[in-house]
Design a protein around this ligand. Structure first.
Ligand SMILES: Cc1ncc(COP(=O)(O)O)c(C=O)c1O
Length: 344
């Protein structure tokens, strides 16, 4: 009954974090400010949950379009950007998907669900991406789609603009530039939008992970095609109402992102001062670091009540690497103190 390749897969594992300081999933550490809670509650109380949500979401798309500096018909909304990755891989012609390695796992995973072959292009030891090599693999595999996370997860770096531009201009298939960490990086890429170039974003890392809302920006004609594989009511009514309200207070979340970036630099400096740690420069809300024995450090951090992401099982460039989300100042202090005790 069930496909054998599906049977062979492991379900996406989310570790139990109860009672732990949760620094494994790139969430924003700040909860919604008290001043916004009551008016938000009033907005939610008015939502008619007996009705299906607005299927077209023209108003919300308009708000997001204004925020992104494009037109409403250039926006497609998804239940998290994960769902949009799935829509893209459903809509694009059969043919390989090309990704760098390592990168965000869902491009590969969803391609496999949909029986789409995946080819990966290894990054160099310092996580550099070679545009010529990437384009060669795209040509060799007759690729129809490619994803570039800019900045990249889990490495945290942002490839030069010239690299992204070269791939955008040299690739015939659809290039998706995933800006999940755009709010923490020095550059975004809407200036590269074209018939075959789309930009993917999410509100998850900006403090709304629980709402599940991502969006794709592209040319109106391409967005209209992708919209055909969108589930009719994919964004629930509570998320729509919340997002519409929160977008009117977006400065709050931008300020939080600014604080996270400041904390990232402070944590980076402190980690770099630990001899046995290699901390890789980051343009995201997390830092990838290499330690002498990642499995041991991961377990020791857990004993300190801190949950981070252990990347060691991926081996290769990620051997002995941990990915630590930037938390609140108190959380970051706790991580640095614990690492000091474990490693020094
Ligand atoms: C590069 C990248 N893209 C997309 C996502 C998915 O985000 P969401 O589905 O929460 O919008 C993530 C989540 O970690 C990510 O790292």
């Amino acid at each position: 009954m069930i496909r054998s390749d599906i049977k062979a897969l492991a379900a996406y594992h989310v570790p139990d974090s109860s009672g732990m300081m949760k620094l494994d999933a790139m969430e924003n550490p700040f909860s919604l400010p008290d001043g916004l809670r009551d008016p938000w509650r009033d907005v939610l109380a008015k939502v008619e949950i007996n009705r299906y949500p607005d299927a077209d979401m023209a108003e919300l798309r308009g708000q997001i379009a204004a925020h992104a500096g494009v037109n409403a018909d250039q926006i497609l909304l998804g239940n998290g950007s994960d769902e949009i990755i799935q829509m893209i891989l459903l809509a694009v012609c059969a043919g390989a998907c090309v990704v760098p390695a390592p990168t965000f796992v869902m491009y590969d995973l969803i391609s496999h669900w949909l029986k789409r072959p995946v080819a990966s292009v290894p990054l160099s030891a310092d996580f550099h991406l070679d545009a010529d090599q990437f384009l060669q693999v795209c040509a060799r595999e007759k690729a129809e789609v490619a994803f570039l996370a800019c900045p990249n997860n889990p490495t945290g770096n942002l490839w030069p603009e010239a690299t992204i531009r070269k791939i955008a201009e040299g690739f015939d298939g659809l290039l998706v530039i995933d800006e999940a960490y755009g709010p923490f990086s020095e550059r975004t890429h809407t200036h590269l939008l074209a018939k075959n170039v789309m930009v993917l974003r999410t509100f998850s890392k900006l403090g709304w992970a629980g709402l599940r809302l991502g969006y794709l920006i592209g040319e109106a004609e391409q967005i209209a095609q992708m919209n055909k594989v969108r589930m009719p009511y994919n964004i629930n009514a509570l998320t729509q109402a919340s997002a519409s309200f929160l977008l009117d207070h977006f400065d709050v979340f931008e300020q939080q992102a600014a604080e996270i970036k400041e904390e990232r630099e402070r944590v980076m400096a402190a980690l770099s001062a630990i001899n046995v740690v290699t901390a890789f420069p980051s343009q995201t809300n997390f830092i990838l670091l290499r330690v002498p024995d990642a499995d041991a450090v991961f377990e020791a951090l857990k004993r300190h009540g801190i949950l981070v992401k252990n990347m060691n099982s991926a081996r290769g460039l990620l051997a002995n690497c941990l990915r630590i989300t930037i938390g609140s100042k108190a959380e970051n202090d706790a991580v640095l103190k614990a690492l000091g005790e474990i490693l020094i």
